[in-house]
Design a protein around this ligand. Structure first.
Ligand code: GRF
Length: 222
């Protein structure tokens, strides 16, 4: 029975599952990442770039917690990092203004929120129109907010998953780019379910970046 709880052997459903092939001739998409915690999605994106699955480069990582594990990961991966501690800013807008300036200083053209646990404002959204992405551990529009996994367990849904979407002002809303669905098992805990979802997050975030960048390219050419 233990196989039931092996997140790597769990079935999943990704949609869309076909991403146009990387156009090797186009220049890499310049990413500015934002994270507050462990940073496993940061690492997954870096790995996808390293193995040639994603034609991008990480210009900078902005993080807001001095103790966040993502800082050590960034060092190990050779990603430039900037700490913008939200406690040192007088408003959400002031923090976002500093983020925008940092992204611009590092020439990031896309903002990729990977476990950024702060509410963002129009200041950030306006600076990166249709170029700001977020990942959320549920099949949106179900379970927005900070307790998506607990709520999936509490409500007894049998399928949940993760979503990559464009960022809008309303938290965890915005046009959906890719979703992946996973089963919820009867004995799941927050940890086992999160682990299963994260396997999918690591798979779909690089795909979503590639897809969104492709769509932007097509828009610009037409
Ligand atoms: C992910 O589950 C993501 O969906 C949520 O925060 C978590 C970040 O995980 N927004 P990590 O820091 O990338 O490991």
């Amino acid at each position: 029975m233990t196989a039931l709880f092996d997140p790597f052997s769990s079935p999943s459903l990704v949609s869309p599952d076909r991403i146009p092939p990387i156009n090797a001739a186009s220049s890499p998409v310049k990413l500015g990442l934002m994270a507050s915690g462990s940073g496993s999605n940061v690492e997954a994106i870096a790995e996808a770039i390293a193995v040639g699955k994603l034609n991008a480069q990480i210009q900078v990582l902005v993080y807001n917690n001095p103790d966040a594990k993502v800082a050590a990961r960034a060092d190990r991966l050779g990603i430039p990092k900037v700490l913008l501690n939200h406690r040192e800013f007088k408003s959400r807008e002031a923090l976002d203004q500093a983020i925008v300036e940092t992204m611009q200083a590092y020439q990031a053209e896309w903002v990729i929120m990977a476990g950024w646990m702060r509410i963002v404002t129009q200041v950030l959204i306006d600076a990166f129109p249709k170029r700001a992405l977020n990942i959320h551990p549920s099949l949106l529009p179900s379970f927005p907010g900070a307790h998506a996994i607990e709520q999936a367990l509490e409500t007894g849904v049998k399928i949940t998953g993760c979503t990559v979407h464009f960022i809008e002002l309303k938290v965890d809303s915005g046009p959906i780019i890719i979703q992946s669905a996973v089963p919820v098992f009867p004995d799941d805990t927050r940890e086992t379910l999160h682990q299963r979802i994260q396997v999918e997050e690591h798979r779909i975030y690089p795909m979503a970046i590639a897809l969104a960048a492709r769509q932007a390219q097509t828009r610009n050419q037409s």
